[in-house]
Design a binder for this molecule. Structure first.
Ligand code: JFZ
Length: 468
C-alpha cells in the first residue's frame, strides 16, 4: 500500500513537473559561442557523407604495439589507454617510438579492407590521447619521422584511400597526454597561459593536416571532455570557424564543441553544434533523429586499439549488419572499428567480419547506400529503409516468422503494389487498415535478406494488387 502510494505520488509529481516543463517555453539563452547554424546541412558534401551510411574507423598508434599489456600484465580496459592503465612513465612509453615500424603495405591493405567491407569513408586516428602523430609533423618530434618507419604513414594511407575511391576523415584527439602544455583544468594564470600554448599547437597541427591532405572530407574530434576545453567554449567555436575558413565544407561532428555555458554537443538552447550528432558511441537511438548522426562501434566491448586478449562478448557479423540496417532506417551512419596490430597486420576475427559484412553489402547494399528512414512504423521482423523521394521500401528481414507470413503495416492511405525477393514475386494478402501479410518462401535463412516493396498512394487506381 505504502509503496503504491509513493509510486503514484511520485508519478503525479513527474507528470506535473513534466507538463509545467513543456508548457513554459525555456527562455532562449543569448549565446556567443553556441551552434553556428541550425537544421541539417543541405549542401552536396554533407549529402554525400549522409549517403555513405557505412564507414570504417581505424585506431592505430604506439599503443597498438602493446596490445593491452605492459610488463607482462594484461589490462582489460581499452587497449589504446595502456599508458594510463599501466601508469607508464613518459620515458618508458616513448621507447615505443624506436620499435614503430609497421609493414609498408599496411596503408594499402587497410584501404583495401575498408573497400571490401563496403565502407564509403574511413576515419583514422592521426593522433590519439597518447599524442603520437602518424604524419611527420613540423610541430612535434613525437611523430612518425622519429620512428624506424620514418615516412608519412598517414599520407600513404590517404593516397591508398583515394585510389580505392574512399573518403577520408581525420580523427584528432584534443586531449594530449604527451604535450607539456596540455592541462585538464585551468586553475591559475599559469595553467591558462600554458593551455593557450597547447591550443596554438593543436591549431597549427590541424592546419598542417589540411595543408598536407587537402582532399580530406572532415575531422573527427575526440578528447574534449575536460574542463579546460568545455569551460572555454570560445576555443572550440573559433577552432571550428578557423577550419571552415580554410575548407568551408568540412564535415565536423558535435564532439568538438562546447558553448560558453559548458554545454557539449548541444548548446544551452538545445541546438546541435557541428554537422552531426557524434555522441552515438557503441549505442544507437530508438527512432529516427532530426539531426544527422553517426554511430561508431567496436567489435568486442570497449576496445578501439589492438588488444591481444579480447574478453567479454565479441559481436558477430549478423549483429553488426543489423546495427547497420538500424542506423540506416533511423537516418544515421554506421562506422565499424578496426584495431590493427603494431606491425600493421589485422587480426583474423576482424578480417572475417569484414568479409561477411562486405559480401552481405555486395548483395544488399541497395537497401543501405543512399537510403534513410522509410517513414513506416517499426515492424517486428526487421528494419525498413527508402531512398529519399521514393515511395519504394526495402524491408530488411532479421526475424523470420515461423508462420511464413510477414505482417506489414503501411501508413494510412498507402497500398502495396508488389513485394519481391530477388526475382521472386511474393504473394500479398490484404488485411484491412493498411495491414498486409506477405508470404515468404519456407527455407533455411542464414542471413538477413531484403524484400523490395512497391508502395503507392491509395488514391491512385491500383488494379494489379495480387490477392490470395
Ligand atoms: C573515446 C576515446 O577515449 C576512445 O579511445 C576511442 O577513441 C573512442 C572512439 O572515443 O572514447 C569515448 C568517447 C566518448 C564516449 C565514450 C567513449 N561517450 O560519449 O560515451
Amino acid at each position: 500500500m505504502a509503496t503504491q502510494f509513493l509510486t503514484s505520488t511520485s508519478l503525479m509529481a513527474m507528470l506535473f513537473f513534466g507538463l509545467v516543463d513543456q508548457d513554459v517555453p525555456k527562455p532562449r539563452v543569448e549565446l556567443k559561442y553556441g551552434a553556428q547554424r541550425e537544421g541539417r546541412r543541405p549542401d552536396a558534401d554533407m549529402a554525400k557523407w549522409r549517403a555513405h551510411r557505412l564507414g570504417m574507423i581505424i585506431h592505430f598508434g604506439l599503443y597498438s604495439q602493446a596490445g593491452g599489456a605492459w610488463d607482462g600484465v594484461s589490462y582489460p580496459f581499452a587497449a589504446e589507454f595502456i599508458k594510463a592503465n599501466a601508469k607508464v612513465p613518459d620515458v618508458e612509453y616513448d621507447k615505443l617510438l624506436k620499435t614503430f615500424n609497421p609493414d609498408r603495405n599496411a596503408p594499402k591493405n587497410w584501404a583495401s579492407l575498408a573497400k571490401q567491407l563496403g565502407a564509403k569513408y574511413v576515419v583514422i586516428t592521426t593522433k590519439h590521447h597518447e599524442g603520437f602523430c602518424l604524419w611527420p609533423s613540423k610541430h612535434t618530434d613525437f611523430a612518425v619521422q622519429s620512428t624506424p618507419y620514418k615516412t608519412d604513414f598517414l599520407g600513404e594511407f590517404v593516397n591508398a584511400c583515394d585510389e580505392e575511391g574512399l573518403d577520408v576523415m581525420l580523427y584528432y584527439s584534443i586531449l594530449d597526454w604527451h604535450h607539456k602544455s596540455w592541462r585538464y583544468s585551468l586553475k591559475d594564470e599559469d595553467d591558462h597561459a600554458e593551455f593557450m600554448k597547447y591550443w596554438e599547437f593543436a591549431t597549427l597541427q590541424l592546419e598542417e593536416l589540411l595543408e598536407r591532405y587537402p582532399g580530406v572530407k572532415g575531422f573527427w574530434f575526440d578528447g574534449t571532455w575536460d574542463s579546460s576545453v568545455k569551460n572555454n567554449g570560445f576555443l572550440t567555436y573559433e577552432l571550428e570557424q578557423r577550419l571552415r575558413e580554410i575548407k568551408p565544407n568540412l564535415v565536423i561532428g558535435s564532439r568538438l564543441r562546447a558553448d560558453e555555458t559548458g554545454a557539449r554537443h548541444f548548446d544551452a538552447n538545445g541546438q546541435l553544434m557541428g554537422d552531426y550528432e557524434q555522441g552515438w558511441e557503441r549505442k544507437l537511438p530508438i527512432s529516427p533523429l532530426e539531426n544527422d548522426w553517426e554511430c561508431v562501434m567496436t567489435v568486442p566491448e570497449n576496445q578501439w586499439g589492438y588488444h591481444a586478449n579480447w574478453t567479454g562478448h565479441v559481436k558477430d557479423s549478423i549483429e553488426l549488419i543489423e546495427m547497420l540496417a538500424k542506423c540506416t532506417a533511423l537516418d544515421g551512419n554506421f562506422v565499424l572499428n578496426i584495431g590493427p596490430r603494431g606491425d600493421g597486420s589485422i587480426r583474423s576475427e576482424e578480417i572475417q567480419l569484414v568479409r561477411e559484412i562486405g559480401s552481405w553489402m555486395d548483395i544488399n547494399g541497395d537497401a543501405i547506400y543512399n537510403c534513410g528512414t522509410s517513414g513506416l512504423e517499426r515492424q517486428d521482423w526487421g528494419w525498413t529503409t527508402a531512398r529519399e523521394g521514393s515511395t519504394d521500401v526495402n524491408a530488411i528481414i532479421f526475424n523470420v516468422p515461423v508462420s511464413g507470413r510477414l505482417n506489414l503495416q503501411l501508413k494510412k492511405g498507402e497500398v502495396i503494389k508488389s513485394a519481391t525477393l530477388g526475382d521472386k514475386i511474393l504473394q500479398i494478402e490484404e488485411n484491412g487498415d493498411g495491414r498486409y501479410f506477405i508470404r515468404i518462401p519456407k527455407m533455411d535463412y542464414d542471413t538477413a535478406f531484403v524484400i523490395k516493396l512497391q508502395i503507392v498512394d491509395g488514391k491512385q487506381t491500383v488494379t494489379d494488387v495480387p490477392k490470395i
